[in-house]
Design a protein around this ligand. Sequence first.
Ligand SMILES: Cc1cc2nc3c(=O)[nH]c(=O)nc-3n(C[C@H](O)[C@H](O)[C@H](O)COP(=O)(O)OP(=O)(O)OC[C@H]3O[C@@H](n4cnc5c(N)ncnc54)[C@H](O)[C@@H]3O)c2cc1C
Ligand SMILES: Cc1ncc(C[n+]2csc(CCOP(=O)(O)OP(=O)(O)O)c2C)c(N)n1
Ligand SMILES: [Mg+2]
Length: 490
Amino acid sequence: MVGVTLPIVKHSYLITDINDIPRIVKEAFYIAQSGRPGPVVLDFPKNVQQEKTRPVWPTLEEVKAGLRNYNPELQAGDTELNEIIGLIENSERPVLYCGGGIITSGAAEELRKFAESTQIPVTTTLMGIGGFPEEHPLSLRWLGMHGAAFANWAVNGEFAHRSGFKEPMVKLKDGAYLLLAFGVRFDDRVTGKFTEFCKTGTIVHVDIDASEHNKNKRAHLAVHGDLKDALSRLNALIERRGGIKRRFPAWHAQVAEWKEKAPFRFGLTPEIANSDHMKDHMVGVEDQVILPQMVLQELYRLTKGDAYITTGVGQHQMWAGQWYKYKFPRQFITSAGLGSMGFGFPSALGIKVAHPDKQVVDIDGDGSFLMNVQELATAWVEKIAAKAIILNNQHLGMVVQWEDNFFGGNRGHTYLGNPENRKQIYPDYVRVCTSFNVPCERVMYRKDLTAALERMLASETAYVLDVVTPYSEHVLPFIPAGQTVADMKW
Ligand SMILES: Cc1cc2nc3c(=O)[nH]c(=O)nc-3n(C[C@H](O)[C@H](O)[C@H](O)COP(=O)(O)OP(=O)(O)OC[C@H]3O[C@@H](n4cnc5c(N)ncnc54)[C@H](O)[C@@H]3O)c2cc1C
Ligand SMILES: Cc1ncc(C[n+]2csc(CCOP(=O)(O)OP(=O)(O)O)c2C)c(N)n1
Ligand SMILES: [Mg+2]
């Protein structure tokens, strides 16, 4: 078992002696939560489970002393922090690119203070969403494959759209000259083709895990340390010197122009209303089609942006990132990198248990929701009032998007409905959910959406809303894998 988990978790233990349990459990919690947090597996054989002993619990100090080769309390050097301040003072087009490290290190407040005092625009990764309030004037939302066009331009520069990957890249405007990469790992879904990412910028990379430095992209200044500590000390340094002298009015004007030019957007086309599973239901009421983005917009309005949102994996996940705006860390819980379909509903249950007074909504895909459908029983048996919205496009929508873009629309088992009756919405989630005693209703027409969302939000038990949406909608912006900002469709 440990042999299987070793390469994919932070640490694994095989317990062979019952007297080791107190130490191992305490170490496991310490390792999981400190430094770069990550899962720790305990393999607990049945013969050891059946033995008896009297536990002797070590103190945290004893645990730390026993882990001599593990030092998660790393601090950036003073020289490096001063160097960062010098780079800001000498820079013209700075951008903060912040990720999951802001959230795991608990540095959101420090980041906000730093951004406000330096006036540097902030973009986050998908994992960094909530690390900086998205309604803040300095927010560029998130960047990458499906991130905001204006965030991608701010980092990489604006290029004329080219129709083929082999055509030359024609630059229209420069992007960042200084990229402050804080707690990010330059994932390829963010960078696209590594050599073209932030080509004109000096890159500073602060990370607690040295193996992330220069992994995908060379950093001009690699800083090894905890981000909360680094940001608090940067803020103190700035305060001590009476603030940052440099201001960036021309850069802010450029960013504002980009935001105006390419906000997230969507529109209803005849092709969309003609989506196979919908067209029979939409005759004469084509304007009643519900697009997935509309559901999120309306949910955002009704919950005033305060709900916790979880997701499965797919198009719905990207729309949940784009059309709900996040204010605080861990408000958006998504499996991101090694995205696991089925993640949404169980995560929503966990968050609701931790925050019983908060609204928790899983934005799910029909494919993803089915992968952990048995969790409806957990919701009922444990009385957990988490909500789920299935953006039901009757397809593995994200895969369909790739089929349409790269494989001539050839379908490889991405239709999830009933091939013998395409008009039928299949499976019937109302019957699936109510068979678990969890109330569920289906919505298909726009006129019914708001009231249905209100009923879901008002419910004191778990509740599922099955919203039927077209499958022909694509997530935009879109930078195809391994390509560049010049290839971005938006
Ligand atoms: C279909 C699909 C599309 C996607 N599209 C996008 C996209 O458009 N944009 C996007 O951003 N992502 C996208 N993703 C997610 C993407 O794959 C990555 O999961 C994500 O970009 C990684 O975010 P991150 O760089 O913040 O890294 P994380 O995985 O959050 O890593 C955090 C980094 O912070 C460091 N760190 C942790 N703790 C500390 C600390 N205390 N101090 C300092 N450093 C610390 C870690 O060492 C690590 O380097 C997509 C995923 C899917 C499934
Ligand atoms: C367990 C698992 N299997 C397969 C995939 C690959 N995959 C990524 S997105 C996707 C389609 C998801 O469909 P759905 O949940 O209906 O979401 P939609 O894209 O339609 O919004 C698939 C199959 C995955 N991420 N996880
Ligand atoms: Mg789907």
